[in-house]
Write a protein that binds this ligand. Sequence first.
Ligand code: ZN
Ligand code: FE
Length: 256
Amino acid sequence: MSALEIIQIPVFDDNYVYLLHEPIANKTAVVDPALSEPVLEVLKEKGWTLDFIINTHHHFDHVGGNLELKEATGCTIVGSDKDVERIPGIDVEVKDGDTFTLGEQTAQVFDVPGHTRAHIAYWFEDSDALFCGDTLFSMGCGRLFEGSPQEMWSSLQKLSQLPDQTKVYCAHEYTASNGKFALSIDASNTALIARMAEVEKLRAKNLPTVPSLLGVEKQTNPFLRANDASLAQAVGLSGESADKVFAEIRTRKDNA
Ligand code: ZN
Ligand code: FE
């Protein structure tokens, strides 16, 4: 079993599109193609044929290239069964607990609502790769456009159950500003301080900070730590539920 080859394609100001290639069966998928041209370019360069688009949610910066890519390659589009009307060109509907197969590699599908009501994530266990769209970011999480804090907190809890060595392939390079906010409420967290130093170095060279390791996120991401007593205390909610602490942290970030 050889792992997926994963190519990170930066588009727009801060989006990442991921091209996944499974070498044994020679199958290729793209996660959240915001645009078609950069994806077609890499496919051509690599000599790969696009078999699938897998979408995490319906926002334009994730599905903008769907129809052009389908037209150009005849690929199959996979998305949430709860968002059929908003995922352009959807062919295959998936739901929580389903799997998506790319040659020899299989992803588990999780419902992770909060950013949107039908957001999903794909976990390729054998490649230690999680594609979580705009649900979990490095040191942050997505804005709550269509979900409650409680929903987002339980979605993030689901993802934080995955192994520490899981690489978090999120859809945006928001890490530096997320980290700045995280430090504003969690200033004495040594793991966070160390991660920020690393992030600043990478960004100074214009290098991606994504993917990050889930184990590091568990130690540094305030949105995964709403059940930690020190975070509750930091936002003045000692003894309150993780839901409440999470909601407060999200509100503070929205207003930061
Ligand atoms: Zn989004
Ligand atoms: Fe996005």
